[in-house]
Ligand binder design. Sequence first.
Ligand code: PFF
Length: 459
Amino acid sequence: MAHVAQEKWSSGTAFLLAAIGSAVGLGNIYRFPYVVGENGGGAFVLLYLGIVIVFGIPLVMTELTIGRRKQVPPITAYTQLSDGKKSQPFWKFVGFSSVLTPLGILGFYFVIAGWTLNYVYSIITGKLSNLVEGQTQQVFADLTSSPGTLIFWMTLSLAITAFIISRGIKAGLEKAVNILMPMLFLILVLLVIYSAFNGGMAETFEFMFTPDFDKINMKTLLEATGQAFFSLSLGSATMLVYGSYLPKDTSIPKLACGVAFADTFVALIAGFAIFPIIFANGLELDSGPNLVFVTLPVIFDQMPFGQVFGILFFLLLAFAAITSTISLFEPAVSNLEERGIFSRKKASLVVGTGLWCLAALSALSMNVLSDVRLLTFNDTVADKNFMDLLEYMSANGMMLVNALFAAIFLGYIVHRKDALEELGLGDSLLFKFWRGIIKVVVPIVIGYLLIDFLGYGFI
Ligand code: PFF
C-alpha cells in the first residue's frame, strides 16, 4: 500500500489554536449553558471542573500520545502500535470505530451549524425583528419544519468545511483557525461586556458559583462527564489525528492542559454572555435549543444595539461550529489520503458526499421523516428520530467506547516506554499518576457510564 507522508502543524501554537478550535464549539456556547441551567447551576459547574481535571486532561494526553507516537492516522496508529500482539485485529477495529464516530457526530452537527448560519442571515434581513417570544418560537418551528431551508443551510456549513479540509493542514486548517479563532475570542469578549452593561451579572455569579450540593446525584455526574468528553473532543479520532500532525519537540502535557483550560474557560464565559441578559429580562432559562434559538432572539430584539449583538452572537456560534466540524471531518480524509486511496481533494469530496446524505436524513427527520423510528426494540431509543438517534449513538455511546479503549490501549497494550518518551515527564510521580488514572479510574468510570448507556443503569 502506498503510504503518503503527512503534513505537520507549523508549530505547537498552530496546533493549540486548531485543537482549541476543535474543543470550543456548539458544545460550549450552545449546549453548556442550558445543561448548567437544567442541572441547577453552581454544583454542576464545580463537578464539571473536577471531571475536566481528573479525566479530561489525562485522556486528551492519551489520545495525543497515540496519535503522535507513529505520526500516522488513527487506524494505522492502532495497527502499528499493536504490532506483534494477538489482539491486533481488534485494535485496528477500534481505530476504525474512532474514525467512524466523528462522521456520526457530523450527521447532526452540520444541521445545527446550519441553523446558526440561517440565524445570522435572518437577523441581517430583519426576519427576527419586532417579535415577541411566541413569534420567535414560530420562526424556529418554521425553520425546522422546512426541509428545503434546513438542507440549504446544512449544505452551506458542509461545503465550507469540505473546502477548508481539501486545502490541507497549513493552507486549509491552520489558515482557517488563524482567522476564525481570534474573531471568536473578540466576539465573546464583546458579548460579555455587552451583557455586563445590560444584564444581571450578580445573579449570574450567584447562579454559576453557589453550589447546592443537593443537586448532585448520579445523573448529574453522568451528564457532566458526557458534556466534558464532548466538549474536549474526546473519543472521536480528532485528538488522535491532530496529535499525529504535532511536531515531536512540543510538550503533550502542556498542550493538553492548554486545550482543556481554554475550552473550559470559553464554556464559562459563554455562560456570562448569555445568563445575565436572560436574568435581567426576567425570562426563563429554557432548555435545549430553545434557550439560544427562541429566548435569546427575543432579548436581542428588545435591547439597545441588540441587532448588532444578535448577529455577533450567531456568528460566534457559526465560527465555533466550523472550527469543530473541520476537526471532525479530518480523520476520515486523513486515513483515505495516507493510504493512497484518494488525493486529499477527492477524499474531501467523497467524504463530503456521504456526510451530506447522512445530514440530509437528519434534517428530514425533523419534518417529513419525523415519524420514522429505527430502533423500536430498545426502550431508551425507541422514541428517538434519526437525528436524535445519531446524536445518542455517536456522542453518548461511541465516544465513550472509543475513549475507554484508547485508555486501555495506551495503559495495557502499548509499551510503557512509548508513553514515557512521548509525554516527556520522565518516570516521575506525575507520569505514574497519569498512568494510574487511565489504567484504573477511566475504565471504572466509563465502564459504569456505558452500563447506564445500555439502559441497565442503577439510576
Ligand atoms: N468539542 C466540540 C464542541 O464542544 O462542540 C464537538 C466535538 C468536536 C466533538 C470534535 C468531538 C470532536 F471530535
